[in-house]
Design a binder for this molecule. Sequence first.
Ligand code: COA
Length: 331
Amino acid sequence: MVRSVVRGIGSYVPPKVVSNEDLSALMSTSDEWIRSRSGIRERRFAEEGVYCTDLALEAVRRALGDADMEPSDLDFIIFATLSPDHHFPGNACYLQAKMGISDIGCLDVRNQCTGFLYSLAVADSFIRTGMYRNILVVGSEVHSSAMDFSDRGRDVAVLFGDGAGAVILSPSENGDRGVLYTELHADGQYARALYMDVWDISRKPFLGPEAVQSDVIWPKMDGKTVFKHAVIRLIQVFQSALKKSGVRPEDIKYVIPHQANMRINHLVAEKIGIPPEKFLHNMQKYGNTTAASLPLLLDETYRAGKLEKGDLLLLLAFGSGFTWGASLLRW
Ligand code: COA
């Protein structure tokens, strides 16, 4: 049986560290408030002039190095982001050009914090049907240009950071490793619980002077609704994925959860009965990097030497849309 295995992985965060204290100088907030509500201590912000695809390119170089591959070995690119370089064309096209290659297919996935899981599922399907062999899957975000650092936007601005992660998926004939099972969900009723309507095609023009002066250019979040649904859906999808794939909780080496909020993840871990040391985190350092969150954490775990061939990992994500999902991966 053909399965999709991770042949190479890499990640990159921009060098500029922004602490909770740094944000306190911009808005009415405090290290204590941010840490107690989210677990986040600092995040990285890209400098002016840096694109989302620039962060991605660094992560891709590391993933190619890890796989011992060249850009020309790739057959397809999938790019998950909610902060593309421009509204169109998609980031996968920009990235392809920056990698110095052309011709291979490029696809952008706009599924926010679950974008990487959706992208992984698409890549896995392409590989298992034999359509493509080596697929680059990227999650990358530059949030720091599109957040309101005044008191009005403080509930969102303190939570997010910039970063990128990339994996190269390739087929393996030895069917016991790789992506074993994925399930994906969405509930569009909650689209406006976490959204940004800067590009509203019903406005004519979509972004006139009035719109620019108003708050439509900033992301908006109903934090309590997001929190409640995240906990419920992550627990549900964890339980469903294990049941449908016949895996027991004790078989899982690590849960790699989306890095939005420590309180959310602690509640989920407690409810599903997974020991806290198996539920990995790096949001303290990076905040919520949306589509980059899972590959960034996976790459850090791998480079820390914590993963051995055959380890069973469960990737979990929830985000705007609402979208959520789970993927079982045998390393
Ligand atoms: N610093 C200080 N105060 C802040 C603040 C900040 N950065 N952001 C908001 N506040 C204020 C609010 O204005 C509000 O003030 P008020 O009571 O005077 O109206 C108060 O803090 C709300 O506090 P609390 O009730 O403790 O908020 P909360 O428990 O709902 O926590 C979040 C707020 C945003 C941290 C929480 O709802 C959350 O984590 N939601 C999920 C967010 C998330 O993970 N999003 C991404 C999903 S992929």
